[in-house]
Design a protein around this ligand. Structure first.
Ligand code: ZN
Length: 463
């Protein structure tokens, strides 16, 4: 029954050891890789990949609804536009989201992610309630819509319901335009249980939590949240926005006497299950301590550039063996290639050097950053993803080696072509998740219907 085997033969595949020839991939009905064998003999009856095969990228940070406002805030509305003026606009947008519109936006976004080669996503989900702040009849309605959108599109998901409790470090009462976000630790844990009962974990879905930021929770409420999480889901991922803005660093210093990353590391047992999103503003001691903690720094370069956040000290952090992953966050761009490119380019522009994030043992910048983002993204998602290896999810991309960005290049230069070159269209021809092909010839199988629903949602939102 060789024709029914879940198997693929790739003339070239990117394994944890680098590019290998004649690789046989096998996976089971659950969509998990069972064998990855380089230097295998080609055998009749096994499908051959149309081009080089490489792991799909985990996206470690997403706010799905924000996709609908990408490009709508790129004009000057006051003398000095910044993150906080952008946030006011984003809140007005969030107020108009309905369950149906959220599902349509998320589904289209996840189609875009898959086309770009993101095969899983950590959804930092904070719009929970009806526009007036009351609970939906199903308290987990909006989270469930996002989970459903992911399974319709065929992307893996780590759903992270967000605890948003206060509007500032002094346990300031929430603003009226934050009422859709607000929970106590207890009500957020209830919501998570409700969601897990309705949509239990499976091979492509897992759960964690996200305390929104140190300005939106107190030490006590964070402790309660994490104790409750450990009772239900020991070891589950914890994501937090940590130091995106100098304003929040200053507020944290005023309220606690410490900078946000330093405060968190001092007060909580931050380790491998943690993802510190936007660890942008860290001093030297924080950079070293964060790297030593084993947590992942969640970098969202295109959003951080778009919002004028600042530049993360990536060179020093990687030298200290710090772990990183990338996310598309506000979705002004949905492309891990652009995130990795900007990660390196930010350093080049600041330091006036080239190949800054290479190191003596990893001279190829793109390969070093790709490997780091795969490993860190997988760790942050709490799922076995990000590698072509037995036991990992059967998520991979097939490149078009004839694409102008790759043509005539040796395998050692393919990742540089993928990450640094932009010559029209994407060199990612196919995307497979759980062993199933969802993108072919650059098109997602559900693209037309998902886009139609997205356009309809957008028409209502912008009316
Ligand atoms: Zn975010």
């Amino acid at each position: 029954m060789t024709t029914d085997r879940h198997a693929l033969f790739a003339a070239h595949a990117y394994l944890p050891q680098g590019w290998r020839r004649d690789v046989l991939l096998e996976w089971n009905d659950a969509g998990v890789l069972t064998a990855v064998v380089p230097d295998a003999p080609a055998s009749a009856g096994i499908a051959r990949a149309s081009g080089p095969v490489m792991p799909g990228m985990p996206n470690l940070h997403s706010h799905a609804f924000q996709r609908a406002m990408a490009g709508l805030t790129e004009y000057r509305a006051q003398a000095s536009d910044n993150f906080w003026s952008w946030r006011d606009l984003m809140y007005r947008f969030a107020a108009r989201i309905t369950p149906e519109r959220l599902e349509a936006i998320a589904r289209w976004l996840y189609v875009e992610m898959l086309k770009a080669g993101y095969t899983s996503v950590c959804e930092f989900h904070y719009v929970h309630h009806a526009p007036n702040g009351s609970r939906y009849a199903n308290e987990a309605e909006l989270g469930q819509r996002v989970v459903d959108a992911a399974s319709q599109a065929g992307i893996g998901m780590t759903m992270l319901p967000v605890l948003y409790q206060y509007s500032g470090f002094d346990m300031r009462a929430p603003r009226p335009d934050q009422r859709r976000f607000i929970n106590t630790p207890e009500s957020l844990l209830d919501l998570l249980s409700t969601l897990r009962r309705a949509r239990p974990e499976h091979g492509a879905l897992t759960y964690g939590v996200a305390p929104h930021s140190l300005r939106a929770v107190s030490a006590a409420s964070l402790r309660t949240l994490l104790e409750g999480l450990d009772a239900d889901l020991p070891g589950a991922p914890i994501h937090v926005h940590i130091a995106e803005q100098t304003g929040e660093v200053e507020e944290c210093l005023a309220a606690t006497g410490a900078r946000p990353v330093a405060w968190l590391l001092d007060h909580f047992d931050v380790g491998a299950r943690w993802c510190l999103v936007h660890a942008t503003h860290v001093d030297e001691a924080e950079t070293a301590a964060l790297a030593a903690s084993g947590a992942v720094a969640g970098l969202c370069l295109t959003t951080e550039a778009n919002l004028g956040d600042g530049v993360f000290p990536a060179q020093r952090y990687l030298e200290a063996n710090g772990r990183i992953g990338v996310g598309s966050d506000s979705h002004v761009a949905v492309d891990w290639r652009a995130e990795l490119r900007l990660l390196e380019y930010g350093q080049r522009l600041v330091r006036r050097q080239r190949n800054v994030l290479a190191c003596p043992t990893r001279p190829q910048v793109a390969e070093r950053l790709f490997d780091a983002a795969l490993a860190g993204g997988a760790q942050a998602s709490g799922r076995a993803v990000g590698a072509l290896a037995p036991g990992c999810r059967a998520d991979w991309l097939v490149l078009d080696a004839e694409h102008p960005s790759l043509y005539g290049r040796e395998p050692d230069d393919w990742l540089a072509g993928v990450v640094f070159c932009e010559h029209g269209g994407s060199p990612i021809a196919e995307v497979h998740t759980g062993g199933r092909r969802v993108v072919h010839g650059g098109r997602h199988e559900d693209e037309a219907r998902a886009y139609e629903a997205y356009c309809e949602a957008l028409a209502h939102l912008l009316a």
